[in-house]
Design a protein around this ligand. Structure first.
Ligand SMILES: [Zn+2]
Length: 95
C-alpha cells in the first residue's frame, strides 16, 4: 500500500519543483535590492521563467547595490570604479 512513487511522493516532488525556483528568485531579488517577497511568488508561479526574469531585471539601489554619485547608474556596493562612467568611487567617499 505504501509503495515508493505513490501520489504522496509525486506531490512532494512537485512541491520542491515549485519552491526551489521560488526561494532562488527571492534570494537573487534581495541581492538586487528588490522585494524578495514579490519575487518568491513570481518564482512560484512561473517556475524557471521567474528565475530567468529575476536575473534579467536591473538591480535597484539597496541590498548589495548603490547609485553611482556621478552618473546615478546602479552599481555594486563593493565597486571601486563605476562600470558606467569609470570614475573612481573610493576617492569620492574619502573626501
Ligand atoms: Zn558612474
Amino acid at each position: 500500500m505504501f509503495g515508493i512513487g505513490g501520489p504522496e511522493l509525486k506531490a512532494l516532488f512537485a512541491l520542491l519543483l515549485y519552491f526551489i525556483p521560488a526561494i532562488w528568485s527571492s534570494k537573487v531579488a534581495k541581492a538586487k535590492g528588490r522585494s524578495g517577497f514579490v519575487w518568491f511568488f513570481i518564482g512560484l508561479l512561473f517556475c524557471p521563467l521567474g528565475v530567468i526574469a529575476v536575473y534579467l531585471v536591473p538591480a535597484k539601489a539597496g541590498g548589495d547595490y548603490i547609485d553611482c554619485p556621478y552618473c546615478a547608474e546602479t552599481i555594486k556596493k563593493q565597486a571601486i570604479v563605476c562600470k558606467h562612467c569609470h570614475r573612481n568611487l573610493v576617492d569620492a567617499s574619502q573626501d
